[in-house]
Design a protein around this ligand. Structure first.
Ligand code: ADP
Length: 447
């Protein structure tokens, strides 16, 4: 088992990882920028090392500083959390070269899944259903038009190096497509330094459904069911559920098995998420994330499995703690992402939290790094906490969520809590009846 874990992250996820380490009797090292001197993850860790000034590129993304912090503290492993260096293959390689354990997959798997064209090709080879489209990058307009005619319009032009929903253009006709190719290439080149683009059928009203997988790196893999993350704004997830209100147990078993078989064949190691768009009873792979996701607690709630414990076990070479037959899905869970943002315009709202009260009671979990008197720095993303609620079924879960949202108080800054108080009473949300466009339409006043 690893002995001392350096947590290369901040905020709620740093705390989340720290808690798992404490439970396993593993020492913890927090790293932080000068803006995070008073952060909770720094206070709770066994040791802490300041790794630089506030901008992420000088601190949380600064690989030499993080490696130096491992050497100073004697950490033998690094947990990257999500974001920052979690999907940086070079970081995984460098840790390896220093004899440090990266708590995550191999650098090679991070690299393959980080390139969208390569990821899609790999997924297809492993038997995962993909969105119909070009076989790889399209460089030629005539070829693009031929593909458009074959799969049918509308189509989506996507950047191979894209991320965070950037570098995508919808084309509704042949004329549109020629323009879309040009603008997508130019934008991708400018934003990512790589102008490779590819074409996919544009799905009009899909849900976003993702499957949690875990591999031991030796050819064994399991799935932990799915999460429905269709409630999004600008491709950012806002509310997540497990299981999806749209799937039957048989559909869950089927897509889960496809994913776990694929991961076994790939000899994937650690936690991963295979993301799909789901429309008319069909699944279409869009990407794989090779890290722990923000929304992992809803999966923990319905399986009872601690995903960070599991990551550490696998990284320590101890294999998976459960076989597929031992995984039992129980009840329903919902997560609300509490952002320090205006609940309507989503403009960031950093500043001091003047009053804070966390909700409690059966089935209620809050993962957050904030406390009363804490000042949210303006340098990082605005996620300040997650409210996760579990019930024996979706109805009970929604009742409990409504109650927990009544109890929680975060004063001094604007938060997205008022949005969730509206959503929990909305009939479409109550019925689980929404697709990936629902939230934006609702916010625009159209629902
Ligand atoms: P990124 O890495 O930029 O997040 P994804 O491939 O995951 O890119 O796509 C982001 C979002 O774009 C999806 O969640 C979905 O809302 C939309 N999207 C992607 N591909 C398609 C498609 N073929 N049809 C319709 N919407 C799509």
């Amino acid at each position: 088992m690893v002995k001392k874990v350096l947590i290369a992250n901040r905020g709620e996820i740093a705390l989340r990882v720290l808690r798992a380490c404490k439970e396993l009797g593993i020492s913890t090292v927090a790293v932080h920028s000068t803006a995070d001197n008073a952060a909770m993850h720094v206070r709770l860790a066994d040791e802490s090392v300041c790794i630089g000034p506030p901008p992420s590129r000088d601190s949380y993304l600064n690989i030499p500083s993080i490696v130096a912090a491992c050497e100073i503290s004697g950490a033998d492993a690094v947990h990257p959390g999500y974001g920052f260096l979690s999907e940086n293959a070079r970081f995984a390689d460098i840790l390896d070269a220093h004899g440090l354990t990266f708590i995550g997959p191999t650098a090679e798997h991070i690299r393959v899944m980080g390139d969208k064209i390569e990821a899609k090709r790999t997924a297809k080879r492993l038997g995962i259903p993909v969105v119909p489209g070009s076989a790889g990058a399209v460089t030629d307009d005539a070829e693009a038009l031929k593909i458009g005619d074959e799969i049918g319009f509308p189509v989506l032009v996507k950047a191979s190096a894209g991320g965070g929903g950037r570098g995508m253009k919808v084309a509704r006709s042949r004329d549109d497509l020629v323009v879309a190719l040009q603008t997508a290439r130019a934008e991708a080149g400018a934003a990512f330094g790589d102008d490779a683009v590819y074409i996919e059928k544009y799905l009009e009203k899909p849900r976003h459904i993702e499957v949690q997988v875990f591999g031991d790196g030796a050819g064994n893999a399991i799935h932990l069911g799915e999460r429905d993350c269709s409630l999004q704004r600008r491709h950012q997830k806002v509310w997540e559920e497990a299981n999806s209100p749209a799937l039957s147990p048989e559909q869950r078993r089927r897509i889960g098995e496809i994913c776990s078989n694929a991961m076994a064949e790939l000899r994937y190691r650690g936690a991963g998420t295979i993301e799909f768009l789901y429309e008319n009873d069909e699944f279409y792979f869009i990407e794989m994330n090779t890290r722990l996701q923000v929304e992992h607690p809803v999966t923990e709630a319905i399986t009872g499995m601690d995903l960070v414990h599991e990551q550490i076990r696998v990284a320590s070479g101890e294999g998976l703690s459960a076989t597929q037959d031992e995984i039992v899905f129980s009840g329903h869970a919902i997560e609300c992402r509490i952002n320090a943002e205006d609940p309507r315009t989503f403009a960031p709202s950093p500043g001091k939290i003047s009053y804070y009260h966390a909700p409690g009671g059966l089935g209620v979990r809050v993962d957050s790094g904030v406390y009363q008197g804490y000042s949210i720095p303006p340098f990082y993303d605005s996620l300040i906490g997650k409210l996760i609620v579990h019930g024996r079924n979706r109805t009970e879960c929604m009742m409990r969520l409504r109650r927990a949202l009544d109890e929680i108080v975060v004063d001094g800054v604007k938060t997205t809590l008022p949005l969730f108080r509206d959503l929990v009473d909305n009939p479409d949300i109550g019925a689980g009846n929404y697709d990936i466009h629902w939230l934006e339409k609702y916010l625009a006043g159209g629902t």
